[in-house]
Design a protein around this ligand. Structure first.
Ligand code: HEM
Ligand SMILES: CC(C)=CCC/C(C)=C/CC/C(C)=C/COP(=O)(O)OP(=O)(O)O
Length: 313
């Protein structure tokens, strides 16, 4: 199709296609938010010995989801010129001209403030303010500043995306607990291999858009070394929930398997890469984090069942 190329040359003249609800959904990065919400849900469950109150869970997940979606919409708005230069992001609603910047801003403000109000009214102020800090961390600190300023952008910015398990935890307890920080640390160390694997695959795109991602500023070989080192660090951090007695043997065995596969990808990417290794590692990173949090959940309820059984016998 000729349109995207034509658009690349005339990014300032959007096409003004008709907007649909799908465009608004795209703005919220729904699949990313879905995984963020899974981590928040697990944070909630691990914070309590019994099943979490359904109403509280619904209110907290909706509030956090709306605010994360709002942050993602601001990211689309701020990055619209960069997005128009990269093949992966060219078809987003703003570069395509199906939504205007003013509409996107209004949409982000609407869902962001609705989410904040929900958390304030039905969850607690601590969770509302921490979620707002994550929104600002991603939409303002990462997107407006770090992304354009330093190749450590995603390492520092990763903290905002790593926050949801803590948000889930505080939603239930109104308290910041060291175990919740452990969950944040897992996502924080997972983010560099997750993103840099994709950045290696898309390095030319980022260079073209002049975004100082690590493969652009320091080269592919150095980025692959960093990926391997962060994946090793992640494997160590993932042991902490077991070592501090927060999770049991089901988690330990499962996460060890996941980390062996992830390390296998990182090793292959560094020492024996094929054309699709980087992309496959990125795709696996999403399964890795999702299954890790599912394991934490299964382990939590199995583990507490076993303790309960022990006290009955
Ligand atoms: C600074 C931190 C992060 C950066 C820079 C980053 C970057 C990216 C990028 C560039 C993509 C590709 C999106 C696309 O194809 O349009 C992606 C996909 C994805 N990311 Fe991340 N990510 C980060 C953190 C996270 C976190 C914290 C999560 C969830 C806990 C997450 C979950 C996902 C998922 C599920 C996808 C696949 C989305 C899809 O297929 O539509 N990411 N990420
Ligand atoms: C309130 C709260 C919990 C906020 C969390 C914010 C959030 C949605 C984090 C996800 C991080 C992410 C997808 C970064 C990619 O941005 P990018 O601009 O590098 O990627 P792109 O090029 O695909 O847009």
């Amino acid at each position: 199709m000729a349109q995207p190329l034509a658009l690349e040359k005339t990014q300032t003249k959007p096409l003004h296609k008709r907007a649909s609800w799908r465009d608004y959904l795209t703005l919220t990065k729904p699949r990313v938010v879905a995984l963020l919400l899974l981590t928040a849900l697990v944070g909630m469950c691990l914070a309590s010995d019994t099943w979490v109150n359904g109403w509280l869970m619904l209110a907290a997940l909706t509030g956090i989801g709306l605010m994360a979606g709002s942050a993602a919409a601001v990211n689309h708005l701020v990055d619209r010129h960069i997005d128009a230069k990269m093949a992966r992001t060219l078809r987003r609603p703003l570069p395509q001209g199906s939504l205007s910047p003013a509409r996107v801003m209004a949409f982000a403000a609407l869902i962001g403030s609705a989410g904040f109000a929900m958390l304030m009214a039905w969850v607690n102020a601590l969770t509302a303010w921490l979620t707002l800090a994550s929104l600002v961390g991603y939409a303002v600190v990462y997107t407006m500043y770090l992304k354009r300023a330093t190749p450590q952008n995603i390492v520092i910015g990763g903290l905002a995306g790593a926050a949801p398990p803590l948000l889930g935890w505080t939603a239930v307890t109104d308290n910041i607990h060291a175990h919740a920080i452990l969950l944040v640390m897992i996502i924080f160390t997972w983010t560099p291999p997750h993103f840099w694997a994709l950045a290696v695959h898309r390095a030319k795109d980022y260079a073209k858009a002049d975004v100082p991602m690590l493969p652009v500023t320091h080269g592919i070989a150095f980025t692959k070394t960093c990926i391997l080192l962060y994946t090793l660090l992640l494997a160590i951090v993932c042991l902490l929930p077991y070592l501090v007695g927060m999770s049991g043997v089901v988690y330990l065995l499962g996460v060890t398997l996941l980390n062996c596969v992830f390390l296998g990808y990182a090793w292959k990417l560094k020492f024996a890469p094929q054309r699709k290794t980087a992309f496959n590692m990125f795709a696996f990173s999403i399964w890795h984090l999702m299954l890790l949090f599912v394991l934490l959940l299964i382990d939590h309820y199995l583990f507490s069942d076993w303790s309960a059984l022990g006290s009955v016998l």
